[in-house]
Design a protein around this ligand. Structure first.
Ligand SMILES: [Zn+2]
Length: 285
């Protein structure tokens, strides 16, 4: 006679082993270490996450995901993601691009490098967009450009403040001229928001470079940055090779850019939500 419990026994055993495995995996995950790229100190990843991914020893701001970045400034439970149907295309048939997009999408849970969401900050309704450096260095292709444009239009149509967190290597090479066109498109959308009297706060994080610096990231009514972020168009190495001169210490870092009038303020990650609350209350219409 067939043992009708055999299968159940097997299932229970599998379940037990999965539970034990997931417990072990959880413990392992909790004791993972992350090395600070600045001071080389090792931190328990959970401790570092609790400190908003800012090194407790030297204050270095490690990259965080776009969703995390938005959730850190919005009032708890108010975040609602928008424009999730916008997906990247391969307009110039760049070899291997679609496969790369699939891999990154699976790895990051994102459809491209930009996340847009509405929510409130100190009860003021806002729209936020954030770039995610894990997705092709937060580069701007057609999908990123479209989302930034939609976010600006959303802010304009509903009279909401717009906050964009940049973290980008620039325009996306794999989309050729179509990615460069996004610089014009996003800049025009920001201009239209500005003409309607809308408020746009740009927050620059490490690194903000290339076509993103040369378009919407530099167009904020107020431009803030995280400490130590690299902000520029071409990187320091390219400039050194071009002008054949050694650049000064800290060139193109937030502190350098603040001193040279490119930024309004440098705000540490832990103080950003409070700073935004203050700025929004001062600019309430
Ligand atoms: Zn450190």
């Amino acid at each position: 006679m067939e043992n009708i419990f055999a299968d159940r026994k097997y299932k229970l055993a599998t379940l037990r082993s999965t539970r034990t495995k997931s417990k072990t995996a959880k413990l392992e995950a909790e004791t993972q270490y992350v090395r600070c790229p600045e001071c080389q100190a090792d931190h328990v990843s959970a401790t570092l996450a609790a400190n908003l991914s800012v090194c407790p020893r030297c204050g270095y701001h490690l990259p965080i995901s776009a969703r995390k970045r938005i959730s850190l400034v919005l009032d708890r439970g108010t975040m609602r993601e928008l424009f999730t149907n916008i997906r990247p295309k391969n307009p110039i048939d760049f070899p291997g691009y679609e496969e790369k997009l699939c891999q990154l999408s699976e790895k990051t849970g994102l459809s491209d490098a930009c996340v847009c969401a509405t929510g409130t900050i100190g009860k003021t309704k806002v729209i936020c967009a954030a770039l995610d450096s894990r997705f092709l260095m937060g580069s701007m292709g057609t999908a990123v450009g479209e989302k930034i444009t939609l976010a600006s239009e959303y802010a304009k149509d509903r009279c909401l403040p717009l906050i964009i967190f940049s973290a980008s290597g620039g325009a996306r090479m794999q989309e050729g001229i179509f990615s460069l066109m996004q610089m014009v498109k996003t800049s025009a959308a920001i201009k239209m928001l500005s003409e309607e009297g809308g408020l746009y706060i740009s927050v620059l994080t490490h690194p903000t470079t290339g076509g993103v610096t040369a378009s919407f990231a530099s167009l904020g009514d107020i431009i803030l940055a995280e400490p130590g972020a690299l902000i520029g168009f071409a990187g320091p190495r390219v400039i050194e090779q071009t002008i054949r001169q050694t650049l000064p210490e800290g060139f193109q870092r937030s502190e350098f850019q603040l001193e040279h009038g490119f930024l309004d303020a440098i705000i540490p990650r832990g103080e950003l939500q409070q700073t935004l609350k203050t700025l929004l209350s001062l600019h309430r219409r």
